[in-house]
Design a protein around this ligand. Structure first.
Ligand code: MD3
Ligand code: FE
Length: 209
């Protein structure tokens, strides 16, 4: 259950709930994540063609997981190393999706991004989902991150703001295809993630209804 439903309209299509999850809910959620990570360990995706490894480590929950390697970006039902289906999405996240997005269809993918050390995420669009009418929900856990979001071209002037542990943010409408990225993570700004760092959970609908 969300702790605070105080919301901020950050820019068209972007709604931020600062401190949506209270500390106890953050602890419960990180435990829900880490127990699933035992079955679906973090791996380092690679860039299409070049095979250059990401600085971020990833895993997924739900019926479809986002994956990238030399062959390209795609959604797949199984973990690349274990070959098993991804663990189910925590129920609390499905409930939060319905509360915050009001979207009628269920999320299919919870992409889990782990930022440690100098990990960052370059400016990109999320456009591997056929269901581009559905919003994306992101939940931040652990260290603060400097998030950057622009418009629908790389040239659009970006806005930057900090995403903190427990924050929830929804990207829909015109923001759904906005360029965005994580410039950097502020090490040791939060002690929630065992071993340090930041975990971001991104919930997405992939298939059209
Ligand atoms: C804006 N992750 O996994 S979450 C990603 O914090 C990704 O790990 C970042 O970008 C992270 O693709 C940013 C915020 C986010 C997620 C999806 C979006 C912003 C978005 C999709 C469309 C527009
Ligand atoms: Fe993204």
């Amino acid at each position: 259950m969300p702790h605070s439903l105080r919301k901020l309209d950050v820019s068209p299509g972007v709604v931020l709930w600062p401190g949506c999850l209270e500390p106890a809910a953050q602890t419960a959620l990180i435990e829900d994540v880490l127990v699933r990570v035992r079955d679906a360990p973090f791996y380092r995706p690679r860039m299409p063609r070049s095979g250059r490894p990401f600085s971020v480590e990833e895993t997924n929950f739900g019926t479809l997981g986002w994956y990238s390697d030399e062959a390209g970006y795609r959604y797949q039902a199984c973990h690349p190393r274990t070959r098993c289906r991804w663990p189910p999405m925590p129920e609390s996240l499905i409930a939060l999706w319905s509360t915050l997005t009001n979207h009628p269809a269920l999320p299919e993918c919870c992409l889990v991004n782990l930022y440690r050390g100098d990990a960052r995420m370059g400016l990109h669009q999320d456009r591997d989902e056929a269901a581009l009418d559905a919003p994306v929900l992101s939940i931040s856990l652990g260290d603060d991150a400097i998030f950057r979001i622009g418009g629908t071209t790389r040239q659009s002037p970006p806005r930057r703001f900090t995403l903190r542990s427990g924050d929830a943010i929804v990207f829909g409408g015109i923001a759904r295809l906005a360029y965005h990225g994580i410039d950097r993570v502020i090490a040791n700004s939060c002690s929630l993630v065992p071993g340090g760092g930041r975990i971001n959970l991104t919930l997405r609908r992939v298939s059209p209804v």
